[in-house]
Design a protein around this ligand. Structure first.
Ligand SMILES: [Fe+2]
Length: 189
């Protein structure tokens, strides 16, 4: 994806300066469950369009909080780790039913500052981030409503997965509040 190619060629320090990360995190409110976001505005520079079709945000969370496991329709996004460390998992969306997604694991790694990942309808459609450090931040560039259709987000009850004969996982879809209660704050048992 374009954004990932870009991130691999630009120093993290320059991106942090460009988006004024220090200002964005000042007074950042960390929720007890899940994450909070702040919009990012690019500085007025010659050659940059005043408005872009991209949604740009930072996502911040405290340790053990998560961007809960979810899949997407009709959107693409790129995620750059700005600060901290996250357990990052991605899955390929194989099939969508009204109350289930069938998925297949593709990425399972610890993501560190400067590392990025992306989702699209074509590839790695489902993702899940859990913060491993006191705080963790990503910079997200999101394109909504692709294919002329409204985007949608499907929160997944990933612990209730059923492994099918072909090795894929059939996972129930949850409403956002139930999903946030269950997955927004990871407890170590
Ligand atoms: Fe997402």
């Amino acid at each position: 994806m374009l954004a990932e190619t870009l991130y691999s060629q630009v120093e993290l320090e320059e991106i942090l300066k460009f988006i004024e990360f220090d200002k964005l995190v000042k007074g950042f409110e960390y929720p007890d469950r899940g994450v909070n976001t702040k919009p990012v505005r690019f500085p007025q520079l010659d050659g940059l369009p005043e408005r872009t079709v991209f949604v740009k945000k930072i996502f911040g969370m405290k340790k053990d909080r998560a961007i809960i496991p979810h899949g997407h329709s009709n959107m693409a996004s790129a995620h750059l780790v700005l600060k901290g460390e996250m357990h990052l998992r991605h899955y390929e969306k194989i099939r969508q039913e009204e109350k289930f997604l069938t998925i297949k694991p593709t990425i399972d790694k610890i993501a560190k500052p400067g590392e990025s990942s992306s989702i699209s309808d074509e590839r790695d459609n489902v993702h899940w981030f859990v913060a491993n450090t006191e705080t963790a931040f990503t910079f997200d560039v999101i394109v909504l409503d692709l294919n002329g259709r409204s985007y949608d987000i499907h929160n997944l009850d990933i612990y209730e997965q059923k492994t099918l004969n072909d090795g894929t996982l059939r996972v129930p879809i949850l409403d956002v509040q139930t999903a946030l209660n269950k997955y927004g704050k990871h407890s170590h048992h």
